[in-house]
Design a protein around this ligand. Structure first.
Ligand SMILES: [Zn+2]
Length: 248
């Protein structure tokens, strides 16, 4: 049995027996972790409000070899994100981010980049809830990228030529991007505006991306939301369990 000490983002909880909870967290050092918090539903308990979804905590747990479920010993709130829970659209969006993380990340697989990207998106929503939809798009693109599903946005997958900023780009059903001549016009075409907007996710933080998105036309944002929805659905082979209003 070993003791692990790490930062974590609480994603979801389930009641277990009379007084316990199963807590699903994305941790910095061990990826997705499911743990039992014994007695945490009793009136006086050592966890307090630290195991509410979307709380950023310092987490201490015991793990046993070959057991997926860990035993949560101690938590300390680093950031409550409690202010976000009063807005139902934000709560739905955060639940959606949590569900995607649970769907995409294999348990106990360290992925510090995923952890940093996710906490940066939570922070960006906290700082500017009105940019919620743009931060969701950013999160979706980066989640696909980190998990290895995002097609190369820079060059044609077939002739490897770098796309010009003014040429049409086509994405096939198996999530491959090609130029016009390689694709023969098959697959969905991306507007130039969307292609350019998509590529800015690679260069900016979620907050800066969301700020820049305020100037982007609504039609491009709608096309963006449809594209990421299509890519995620394709990857999951089904629709995500929760999906907030897609369009602003
Ligand atoms: Zn090509």
């Amino acid at each position: 049995m070993s003791l692990v000490d790490t930062e974590a983002l609480v994603l979801r909880t389930y009641n277990l027996a009379e007084a316990d909870k199963i807590v699903v967290c994305l941790t910095k050092d061990a990826g997705l972790v499911r743990g039992v918090a014994k007695g945490c539903r009793k009136l006086r308990n050592r966890f307090g409000a630290s195991l509410e979804p979307f709380t950023f905590v310092h987490l201490t747990y015991y793990e046993k070899e070959n057991r997926e479920l860990v035993s949560i010993r101690q938590t300390e709130i680093l950031k409550s994100n409690f202010n976000l829970s009063s807005d139902p659209s934000v709560v739905t969006a955060l639940a959606y981010l949590g569900d995607l993380l649970i769907e995409f990340s294999p348990p106990h697989q360290t992925n510090e980049l995923l952890f940093r990207m996710s906490t940066a998106c939570f922070d960006a929503i906290g700082e500017s809830p009105e940019d919620l939809q743009s931060v969701l798009r950013y999160f979706e693109v980066w989640l696909l990228k980190i998990e290895g599903f995002l097609p190369d946005l820079k060059r044609c997958a077939e002739c490897h030529r770098i796309f010009n900023s003014d040429e049409p780009v086509f994405m096939s059903a198996d999530l491959v991007m090609r130029c016009l001549s390689c694709s023969n016009g098959r697959g969905g075409s991306l507007s130039r505006g969307l292609h350019a907007h998509l590529r800015t996710t690679e260069k900016l933080s979620p907050g800066k991306f969301a700020e820049g998105s305020r100037e982007v036309p609504a039609a491009t944002k709608k096309e963006f939301a449809e594209l990421t929805h299509q890519m995620i659905s394709r990857v999951l082979e089904r629709l995500p369990r929760v999906r907030p209003t897609m369009f602003q």
